[in-house]
Each structure stands twice: as C-alpha cells, then as structure tokens.
Design a protein around this ligand. Structure first.
Ligand code: F6R
Length: 237
C-alpha cells in the first residue's frame, strides 16, 4: 500500500489525474474503473485540461463506473450517468459507446448485475480502478455488512450515505434509497486501485479502513489485501 498525504484538494486532484494519465499513456486500450461523488471532480477537471492541451487521448479508452441509483435514468441530473457525462465524458474524446454505468432503471436488476460483471471480464478486467470512500467506509455502494459481496448487486443505502448524498438533492426525501453497485470481486481484481479521500472529515474512516482490522463492517478495509493500492489523502478540504 502506498499512502500519500498532501496538503490540499488541488494537489490531490493533480496527483490522481497524473496517475490516471500515466495509465492511459502506458496502455491506451485500457479499461478504467471510474467513480462519482464530489472527490473525483477535481481529478476529472485535471484530466480534461490535459486533453484540451493535447497531452491526453481518450479515444481508445473504455470505462466502467462503480454504481448507479435505482430508479434514475441517464437523463436525470442526479444520476451517475449524467454526472459522468457532465464532469468527464462530454469534455474529452472518449467514445461514449465504450463508457458503461450499471443500469438503474432496468426491470431485471439481478440480470443487469450479472451482465455487468460478465462485461468487465470480457473486457479483460479493470486496469485501474478509481475509488472514493464514504464516511461509513463504503466503496462503490458496498455498505457495512456482516459479509463482503463479490458480484455487482443491489443494495439498500445506509442512512448516513443517504444523509451525506442529500447535499446533491433539493430534499433528503428525494435521495434514492437503493443503488446497484459493482461488488468487491471486480474491484479487488483491478490491476491497480487508486483511492482518493479529501479533508479532515475523512481522516477517521481512512485510519480505520487502512490501519485497522479487515472487516465487512468497514468495507474499504478489504483493500488492504490489494497488491497495488495507492491512497491519496488531503489534509485540507
Ligand atoms: C461514487 C461512489 C461512492 C463515493 C463515496 C465518497 O461512485 O461509489 O463510494 O466514492 O460516497 O463520496 P464523496 O467523494 O462525495 O465523499
């Protein structure tokens, strides 16, 4: 595990973008695992700048996102598909047909999960997975539980996650209570994992997850078993 502490969010974002750019440059036909949430926004801004300046080419990149809310389709501005289009895909030369987000409005969610995992396998597995971390230790939407789940599956969001995500909605009652998320198998099988955590409010959970016991009660703690894990933590928000 490589644990990098930086002072500012700007530095976190620059460093994370440099690692992702290095991945794309060294393997242009790569599969990137991407995350939403507020932390990666600065990373996506830096990647966009690199593209605009002619230093990065996304045309051969394929991506798979971690998760999506149940009940929101891509035209809803709270959906994670919309978030990715807005913060990255519409700003760079990635082929949108090669960007995948689990479907939150399909009738058969179990089949959607199985198909998502099969697609990741067919694509040769994830080369680099970008992750944030929830205040309760979730990665993707793998919430604290008594066991780790391997496959892409539907979850009930934890009250603290609903509360944390309410800042993106007009009212907490509008926050979906369920999501479909990639499970631990695809995340742990990624060749590299890069986790970004921003500011003092994430300090306690970062310490628990990476310096405490490995337990499904702190889902991110499973990453201690990953052979190529980089964490970037910024002291200030
Ligand atoms: C997002 C995701 C979540 C977030 C986590 C942290 O796709 O899977 O696990 O990474 O909730 O969110 P922020 O960055 O908003 O603190």
């Amino acid at each position: 595990m490589k644990f990098i502490t930086v002072d500012t969010y700007a530095e976190l974002s620059r460093k994370a973008a440099n690692i992702i750019a290095a991945q794309i440059i060294s393997k242009p036909y790569c599969l990137l695992g991407l995350a939403t949430g507020s932390t990666p926004i600065g990373t996506y801004d830096n990647l966009t700048k690199m593209y605009e300046e002619g230093d990065l080419d996304f045309s051969t990149v394929t991506s798979v996102n971690l998760d999506e809310y149940i009940g929101l389709d891509g035209s809803n501005d709270q959906s994670y598909r919309w978030f990715m289009n807005h913060h990255l895909f519409d700003r760079v030369n990635i082929d949108k047909a090669k960007t995948f987000v689990p479907g939150g409005t399909v009738a058969d969610l179990a089949a959607e999960g199985a198909a998502y995992d099969a697609r990741i396998k067919e694509l040769g597995g994830i080369d680099l997975q970008l992750l944030g971390i929830g205040l309760d230790g979730h990665i993707g939407f793998n919430e604290p539980d008594t066991f780790f789940t391997g496959e892409t599956h539907v979850v009930d969001l934890h009250p603290s996650t609903i509360e944390a995500n309410a800042r993106f909605f007009n009212d907490i009652s509008e926050v979906p209570t369920k999501a479909i998320t990639m499970g631990m198998a695809a995340i742990m099988q990624a060749k590299k994992v890069l986790l970004v955590a921003n500011g003092p409010k994430k300090k306690e959970i970062v310490e628990k997850a990476f310096f405490g016991p490995i337990t499904p009660e702190v889902p991110a703690s499973i990453l201690q078993l990953h052979p190529d894990l980089t964490i970037i933590f910024s002291e200030q928000e």
